[in-house]
Write a protein of this length. Structure first.
Length: 166
């Protein structure tokens, strides 16, 4: 203890930390919501996913609608191609593949449904004299000052209009 302060003697209960509301579960909640949205879009129940070979990485983010849609499409095509064997040979349940499919099923070797990255198309453009003479920094500064002074300029214009009417 330093300085002329009161000596703390908090009257806490022995397990007072158990009653404190904390928010450390928020990031986990967020990832759970994201994964749930993706599965909901692909119509795959939460508990079914790991049983049919769909790995879930909770650290991954869907940063755009396009990536979410491609993921959903991949999950749907995977589920369509999937052959699910029944747990018991004679007792079929909902979601199991038909006996005809089971007879023709083969084990896939190697990589299956690899992710193909599409390279963005780049257009080549000739550099014109106008492009060379364009001063980007100056333009940004001018635009920034314009946005800063827009209110004052509108006020001044309104006052000038009032003066003209008189």
């Amino acid at each position: 203890m330093k300085h002329n302060n009161v000596i703390p003697n908090g009257h806490f209960k022995k397990q007072w930390q158990n009653y404190v509301k904390t928010w450390f579960n928020q990031p986990a909640r967020k990832t759970r919501r994201r994964i749930a949205r993706q599965k909901k879009a692909a119509n795959i129940p939460k508990k079914l996913a790991p049983t049919i070979g769909i790995a879930v990485d909770h650290r991954r983010r869907n940063r755009s609608l396009e990536s979410l849609q491609t993921n959903v499409q991949r999950l749907k095509t995977y589920k369509a191609k999937l052959v699910v064997f029944p747990r018991r040979a004679r007792k079929f349940k909902a979601g199991d593949s038909a006996p005809e499919e089971l007879a023709t099923a083969t084990q896939v070797q190697g990589s299956y449904m690899p992710i193909v990255r599409e390279k963005p198309s780049v257009e080549l453009v000739k550099i014109t004299e106008e492009m060379k003479s364009f001063k980007a920094y100056d333009k940004l500064r001018i635009e920034r000052t314009n946005t800063r002074h827009v209110g004052a300029r509108m006020k001044r214009a309104a006052e000038a209009e009032k003066e003209e009417k008189k």
